[in-house]
Write a protein that binds this ligand. Structure first.
Ligand SMILES: Nc1ncnc2c1ncn2[C@@H]1O[C@H](COP(=O)(O)OP(=O)(O)OP(=O)(O)O)[C@@H](O)[C@H]1O
Length: 587
């Protein structure tokens, strides 16, 4: 009913704190103050999140130890301990039902690689290292993406409409595929023309995923050929057709195993994309989408939003059965003569020379190899899926997680006021679909343990103007030190950032983050040279993180360039524990 924490140095007891585990102290029980909590909150923040075992509060403990069934939703404003509570819950589930959760697995998903790096010590510090920790960019085994798309592109890729585009792509012929079959089988000319091939293809795709359909395709072609011939022994003809070298070559080219990443890259081609996106995306959206995949092809990197699309395509295409050893490689198709027979020349796929070259110098071929290196692993399912910063998931990302938690229980943590996803209703529908009919229990956190009250007041003032019903927590810690606000002309911005950062380095022992919008970040690179406690970071990547002090650069520009608008600025304004300087740019 009461957890008593003794803080000691050697044999000397420095302090005693009690955490009450029941709503009211039973008569006669003495409960010793909350000084330990305040001491913990006042401490300097390190580069990694710490566990809070020593000072867990009662309402937090309730959420941590809630029933493992169904969906547990934990909401609360910034700094209310949602993340630490969720991580302690993962540890608790493993403790309470180790057999189920260790064998079934717990997947913890956070918004970014910076976030996973920040929290990765918490679970091991609680004695758990059997949890799979992933950022949204590496949920799909074999892929790692950290690049963020511009807001307009992320909106296109995240919305469920994109599924129609992907579905058309997944059913289309690969770019190099032959469009007609010509072969001499047993001295008889066989000819299957484009419309018939098209019908055969459509019919097979009604019953099979592409990558599982090749045998059916071979059989259907043989039947179509037999209908042309209708002479001699049927089985003998079918066998001869199926084993025919030219037919086999044709099938490999017409029905190759498709890698979902390859199919996504087809969208870089504007005319292909136009045919898939007709009636779904307007011309400007098509241009943005194909340009974004061209960016992948020039940088050799996927964006975080691409990963959910690759996962969607992967579930449409299915996993290809492994090719026999000698079939590895890819095939170049060339028309050998006017009669139109297809010949095949095999080209060795060179080894993985993909770990090369910095992105800015990469050749198109290297970029392509990087994008396609390794194989996409089979999708694992988990016994529990824990999602932090859930308000940011796009509908497509909810589907991606839903595929991994069909029979799982869930813990879902978020705060709508910090959302960077614009269409909350569409995301809510996709989330409900991922959860299915599972029962839900809700916990609400209302105390902000991170921000000094003076800092949080500044943030709360902003969010109230754009979102009057925002979930505003109560910041418990007062310091008497108010955030500094300065307005500077744009040409003086860099100098002002350097000055502010220097001041904060003097005032705090730990980390100082300069949170700057895209428009200013390149010009601010030198601040990281001031001290290795300084990080320069974009607002979106600060989700879930915290620092001793922050410099918020040009909040108006942060609002202007994010899909979440002022909600993203609110995230930036709630990252500092102890000190904050806000630098506005004079109009
Ligand atoms: N009971 C506690 N004892 C000590 N520290 C705590 C306690 N609860 C929360 N904290 C601290 O408060 C800070 C904020 O917690 P956390 O990051 O989990 O909040 P959050 O609700 O996930 O925030 P956000 O939504 O802004 O990302 C962390 O430094 C965390 O360690």
């Amino acid at each position: 009913m009461r957890r008593r924490v003794l803080r000691c140095r050697d044999a000397t007891v420095l302090g005693i704190e009690d955490d009450l585990m029941v709503p009211e102290a039973p008569e006669g029980m003495v409960v010793v103050g909350d000084g330990a909590l305040m001491a913990a909150l006042t401490r300097s923040r390190g580069a990694r999140m710490r566990d809070i075992v020593a000072t867990i509060q009662r309402h937090q403990d309730e959420a941590i130890r809630a029933s493992s069934r169904g969906v547990t939703e934990i909401t609360g404003g910034p700094g209310t301990g949602k993340t630490v509570v969720a991580l302690h819950r993962a540890a608790y589930l493993l403790y309470a039902d180790r057999r189920r959760y260790e064998s079934g697995g717990i997947l913890v998903v956070g918004p970014s690689a910076a976030y996973t790096a920040y929290i990765e010590r918490v679970l091991p510090s609680l004695g758990e290292d059997s949890v799979t920790l992933r950022s949204l960019g590496d949920v799909v085994g074999g892929l790692t993406a950290v690049r963020l798309d511009p807001a307009a592109v992320a909106a296109i890729k995240g919305s469920l409409r994109i599924r129609r585009v992907l579905s058309r792509a997944a059913r289309d012929l690969p770019p190099a595929a032959p469009t007609a079959l010509r072969a001499m089988v047993g001295g008889i000319p066989i000819r299957i023309d484009p419309p018939q091939l098209h019908r055969i293809r459509a019919e097979i795709l009604r019953h099979h995923q592409h990558n599982q359909g090749r045998d059916a395709a071979r059989t259907a072609l043989a039947e179509a050929a037999w209908r042309q011939v209708h002479d001699g022994e049927r089985e003998e003809f079918l066998d001869r057709f199926r084993e025919h070298r030219d037919v086999e070559a044709f099938i490999k080219a017409w029905w190759p195993a498709l890698d979902p990443r390859e199919v996504l890259l087809w969208l870089a081609d504007e005319s292909r994309l136009a045919s898939y996106a007709q009636g779904v995306l307007d011309p400007e959206q098509q241009r943005l989408l194909s340009a974004s995949l061209q960016t992948a092809l020039t940088t050799g990197t996927w964006s975080v939003a691409d990963v959910a699309l690759i996962d969607d395509l992967s579930s449409r295409l299915g996993i290809a059965p492994p090719e026999p050893e000698e079939e590895r490689g890819f095939y170049e198709i060339e028309e050998l003569d006017n009669v139109g027979r297809y010949g095949v020349s095999e080209v060795e796929v060179s080894g993985t020379s993909a770990q090369v070259a910095p992105t800015f110098q990469i050749t198109p071929q290297d970029a392509r190899e990087r994008l396609l290196q390794g194989t996409i692993g089979e999708r694992g399912e988990y016994a529990h899926v824990l999602v932090d910063e859930a308000q940011d998931l796009s509908p497509m990302q909810w589907r991606m997680l839903g595929r991994r938690g069909r029979t799982a229980s869930w813990t879902v943590v978020g705060d709508a006021a910090q959302s960077s996803w614009d269409d909350a209703a569409e995301a809510a529908t996709a989330r409900d679909e991922a959860f299915g009919a599972k029962a839900r229990q809700r916990f609400h956190m209302d105390t902000n343990y991170r921000n000094a009250r003076e800092i949080f007041d500044t943030a709360a003032e902003l969010i109230r103007t754009v979102m009057p019903d925002a979930d505003i927590p109560n910041a418990v810690r007062e310091t008497g030190v108010y955030p500094v606000r300065r307005t500077v002309p744009s040409e003086a911005l860099v100098a002002a950032v350097i000055t502010a950062t220097r001041e904060l380095l003097e005032e705090v022992d730990g980390s100082v983050a300069v949170i700057a919008p895209d428009v200013h970040r390149a010009s601010l690179a030198e601040v990281t040279g001031l001290d290795d406690r300084v990080v320069l970071i974009d607002p979106m990547s600060t989700k879930g993180l915290e620092y001793d002090a922050t410099v918020i650069v040009d909040p108006a520009a942060i609002t202007a360039e994010s899909a979440g608008g002022a909600r993203v600025t609110y995230v930036a304004l709630t990252r500092a524990a102890h000190r904050m300087t806000v630098l506005e740019v004079a109009p």
